[in-house]
Design a protein around this ligand. Structure first.
Ligand SMILES: NC(=O)c1ccc[n+]([C@@H]2O[C@H](COP(=O)([O-])OP(=O)(O)OC[C@H]3O[C@@H](n4cnc5c(N)ncnc54)[C@H](OP(=O)(O)O)[C@@H]3O)[C@@H](O)[C@H]2O)c1
Length: 408
């Protein structure tokens, strides 16, 4: 598919009130001659969505929560704004399929982003994929939907966007990397999160506030906790396998605390191509939006003279067991990825609510992956049933207090 650069294109920003959503709106704001905000969506945050309607005057604003949508509708009426407010999950689906929205920013957090991303793929959109969970749980189905619908999935996760930028053109949206004999490995870098240097004992006592304070990136709470457990890197291994058609053994993870090198591709002649830049999501968002062209992202140039040193080290599998759990799930198959993602979403939510400790997250993930049946999902219905079963399994573990007696 081709993307005309000389015509203003409508972007539907799913999850516009979140961290990636706000960065996306900023990139569009800076490039308003090329892009317009066609639609915005959120779950419950009426204040932010209202402010965005005032500034961007999109055709549609959808809220998954119907009560929040009603509140937004009343507020926009009193302001005489013409934006049509749409309630519920179905509304998100309608926007994803709307032919007037050729570009979809998929930046809802978690499994909740799956349906709209799948519908956009079937409808042949350019999908800027931040919602890694949809690729983790539905990689084969999502890739097939994109092929059938003629959609292009451009990665926004900074690591995957870095790899995307370092790949030959034929492998960016097309041929799996394992068929390009000259690529030997993909290297995902990881900041190591806020607890990179903590002992196992210290990690047992960390607070929610510490876990959501990432040293380099300003992100939403769920991905911040995932970064702290390194489950985020585990999810990214699975995401990279599906996006680029590689085995998990072809993916190396390196802890790089400065977050300057966003990821790398190793070639058979010994060359390593890397993408570098500031830790600012507007760079990969702008790249995904304009690819194969380049647009202003509002991000400053990297000042090499101010860099005190770039470090790289292997992750510690004992303090960060979620990494190996993700590799193990990927080796088991697509069903295990669904189970692991579901367990992790439950565990992170309970941690954020103060119901479990930080190290319980990995324990819940390990227990659920081991004990929940994970047959290969053949359809979206299969996948949702598996997701629910895994959530119940993780919930039971917490509710029945099995964590405290070492059952995990
Ligand atoms: N933040 C980053 O730097 C970053 C980097 C790479 C990848 N990502 C990925 O991008 C995605 C978004 O991350 P984020 O940090 O931007 O998250 P976030 O700040 O928590 O924002 C999440 C967005 O999703 C909406 N949302 C939440 N639950 C929903 C539901 N059930 N139905 C519909 N919408 C819902 C939220 O709406 P409300 O505001 O109304 O709750 C909000 O707009 C995640 O998959 C994450 O892994 C993020």
């Amino acid at each position: 598919m081709s993307f005309p650069a000389n015509k203003q294109q409508a972007v539907a920003v799913f999850g516009s009130t979140g961290s990636v959503g706000l960065s996306t709106l900023d990139v569009i704001r800076r490039n308003s001659q090329r892009y317009a905000v066609g639609a915005i969506t959120a779950n419950k945050n009426v204040d932010k969505l209202e402010a965005q309607c005032v500034e961007f005057e999109p055709a549609f604003a959808a809220m998954a929560d119907p009560l929040a949508a009603e509140e937004l509708k009343q507020r926009l009426l009193s302001r005489n704004l013409t934006t049509q407010v749409m309630p519920g999950d179905d509304a998100l689906g309608q926007i994803a399929e709307d032919p007037q929205m050729p570009i979809i920013m998929a930046s809802i957090v978690g499994f909740a982003g799956l349906d709209s991303t799948l519908l956009a793929a079937r409808a042949g959109k350019r999908i800027l994929l931040a919602n890694k969970e949809s690729m983790v749980v539905a990689g084969p189905l999502l890739k097939q939907a994109a092929t059938d619908g003629g959609a292009a999935i451009v990665p926004v996760d900074s690591e995957h966007n870095a790899i995307f930028q370092c790949l030959p053109e034929a492998n960016q949206l097309g041929a799996p990397v394992d068929r390009a004999a000259h690529i030997t490995q993909l290297v995902l870098t990881a900041s190591g999160g806020p607890f990179r240097a903590f002992s196992a004992e210290q990690m047992r006592h960390v607070t929610v506030k510490q876990a959501v304070s990432h040293p380099n990136w300003d992100m939403g709470p769920k991905i911040s906790v995932d970064s702290a457990t390194m489950m985020n890197k585990g999810l990214e291994i699975i995401e990279a396998c599906y996006l680029f058609g590689v085995e998990e053994s072809q993916i190396e993870v390196l802890v790089h605390p400065q977050s300057v090198v966003h990821s790398m591709v190793r070639y058979c002649d010994g060359s390593v191509l890397a993408q570098l830049g500031e830790s600012d999501m507007r760079t990969p968002i702008a790249n995904a939006l304009a690819w194969p062209e380049r647009i202003d992202a509002g991000v400053g140039q990297l000042d090499f003279k101010s860099l005190t040193g770039l470090e790289f080290e292997a992750p510690d599998p004992l303090r960060f067991p979620c990494l190996e759990l993700a590799r193990s799930a990927m080796r088991q198959g697509a069903g295990a990825n669904v189970v692991l993602n579901a367990a992790n979403e439950v565990a992170v939510e309970k941690f954020l609510e103060g119901q479990i400790g930080f190290t319980d997250i990995a324990a819940i993930n390990a227990h659920t992956l081991k004990n929940c049946e994970s047959s290969e999902p053949r359809s979206v219905a299969d996948l949702k049933a598996l997701d629910s079963a895994a959530r119940s399994c993780a919930d039971d573990l917490i509710t029945n207090g099995l964590l405290s007696v070492g059952m995990a």
